[in-house]
Design a protein around this ligand. Structure first.
Ligand code: 9WO
Length: 257
């Protein structure tokens, strides 16, 4: 049973548990594990094989290059994990629905998740039919396996859990909490190879600073990720800030080119 005290329970089904653990030991996820905010278990389908070679892959029906993850050991591993993890099984693959910060926030609300990391050219489709609750993608590119994608989910979800970040870190003001890109950040020294810090950030006027940051977020989203603004209705205040940014940007690009 899921221990309520042990926080969000992650199970990763993977042929490379060492890879998962090597990533999980570091940073925010490592600390969350130490503090019991999350728990993590890895299960390898290889431990559910019965032949001497511990075979987990086989040639694809229909021919062609590459191998496919065999369904038998994989299904056995999934069913053992399901006995102690009641969460949805998420298969990480480029065929999945693109992950978003909204989905990360939803995952952070569930008590348990099972992440399936494939290898080779993929898993037998019938495992998807029988056991996969959701297929998720990080983006339109192919990795050599789903482990790093599974770790991206664990990382993105863990940092949203209450108490996962230190006082100085903040999950509230990041990129995408608001559907916009983050504003630029600066720290000491005041001058780096001739480049200074926007004066407003040294003004001490928190209202003016907040306004500048909002304007930068809107403006940089307009410049770098206009797709994010497409399906979004800007408040009148935001409209005005973006208009200001665009005006300044046009003036700058007239003197600069
Ligand atoms: C290989 C491949 C080759 C040519 C055209 C399409 C292709 N897709 C794949 C493929 O999906 N390989 C996978 C390797 C099988 C499942 C696990 N692997 C994986 C997962 N690679 N990349 C991911 C992944 C997961 C989530 N978000 C981005 C990438």
């Amino acid at each position: 049973m899921v221990d309520q005290q042990s926080g969000l329970r992650f199970d990763v089904i993977t042929l490379f548990p060492d890879l998962v653990w090597s990533v999980a030991g570091c940073g925010v996820v490592g600390r969350a594990l130490e503090r019991g905010l999350i728990s993590l278990q890895c299960t390898s389908p290889r431990d559910f094989t019965h032949d001497v070679h511990r075979t987990v892959d086989d040639r694809p029906y229909g021919g062609g290059p590459g191998m496919v993850m065999k369904p038998d050991a994989l299904l056995a591993a999934i069913r053992v994990v399901r006995r102690s993890n009641p969460g949805p099984l998420v298969y990480m693959s480029p065929q999945g629905r693109p992950l978003t910060q909204v989905r990360m926030r939803q995952f952070a609300q569930v008590p348990a998740l099972i992440l399936l990391a494939g290898r080779y050219e993929g898993i037998d489709e019938r495992v998807i039919d029988l056991e996969v609750n959701e297929e998720c993608s990080l983006g339109d590119y192919v990795l050599s396996g789903g482990e790093l994608a599974a770790m991206a989910v664990i990382d993105g979800v863990t940092r949203l859990l209450p108490g996962a970040l230190g006082h100085d870190e903040s999950a509230v003001q990041d990129s995408f909490t608001d559907g916009l890109l983050d504003c630029p950040h600066y720290t000491r020294p005041d001058c780096v190879e001739g480049l200074g810090v926007p004066a407003v950030l040294k003004s001490g006027d928190h209202a003016v600073i907040a306004r500048w940051r909002r304007k930068q977020s809107l403006g940089l989203t307009w410049l770098k990720r206009p797709d994010l603004l497409k399906n979004r209705i800007l408040q009148p205040v935001e409209q005005a800030l973006l208009a200001e940014f665009i005006q300044e940007y046009k003036v700058l690009s007239e003197v600069k080119p």
